[in-house]
Design a protein around this ligand. Structure first.
Ligand code: ZN
Length: 183
């Protein structure tokens, strides 16, 4: 087993990883995080009676879960272990901190939810794209480039969806059964 990676908990934005096992661990953590956050966003949109966006987030959650599963299986087939202590956390577009459930307001509008998702898809893309640029391991580079491409697709889905919703207006967090598609 390897050395340097086992010392301190790796930072989420560690790039330039030099082996495929490490990359798979990060990819798995990233997909798992995305699955969890999309599920939460879907629940939130449900309480918002926004079926449309809830459905979109459920679809994304499902997609990310499957993808994580693929990565896990693939690692298994290659006899590579996934480092479960590797963590990857979504951030909010405004700040550096984690976008955990506590930060997500239950009245979050579709526009806000989609902005959050878009931000994190872009971040995921950058994460893998950085690895492509920095790694010297050919296999890791190939996989990272495949994963980066996948994230590009997610980014454009989110962008497309975001364009369908009006920007959030003042008073979005006042609970008076706010209409969603008003202009
Ligand atoms: Zn994604």
């Amino acid at each position: 087993m390897s050395d340097a990676t086992d010392k301190s908990p790796p930072q989420a934005e560690t790039a330039g990883m030099q082996n495929i096992s490490e990359l798979l661990s990060y990819a798995f953590a990233l997909e798992t995080e995305a699955y969890e956050r999309y599920s939460e966003l879907a629940d939130m949109m449900d309480t918002h009676h926004n079926k449309q966006v809830a459905e979109l987030f459920r679809k994304m959650a499902h997609h990310e879960k499957q993808h994580g599963e693929q990565i896990r299986q693939w690692a298994e087939e290659q006899n590579l272990s996934i480092l479960t202590k590797v963590k990857y956390k979504w951030t909010s577009p405004e700040g550096p901190e984690t976008a955990d459930p506590g930060d997500m307001h239950y009245l979050m509008t579709p526009h806000q939810a989609l902005t959050l998702a878009l931000h994190n898809e872009q971040r995921a893309h950058r994460f893998f794209a950085d690895i492509v640029e920095q790694t010297t391991d050919e296999e890791a580079g190939k996989l990272a480039s495949h994963l980066a491409e996948e994230e590009t697709r997610h980014v454009s889905w989110m962008q497309e969806w975001l364009d369908k919703f009006p920007a959030t207006e003042d008073g979005w967090d006042e609970d008076d059964d706010p209409p969603v598609l008003q202009d």
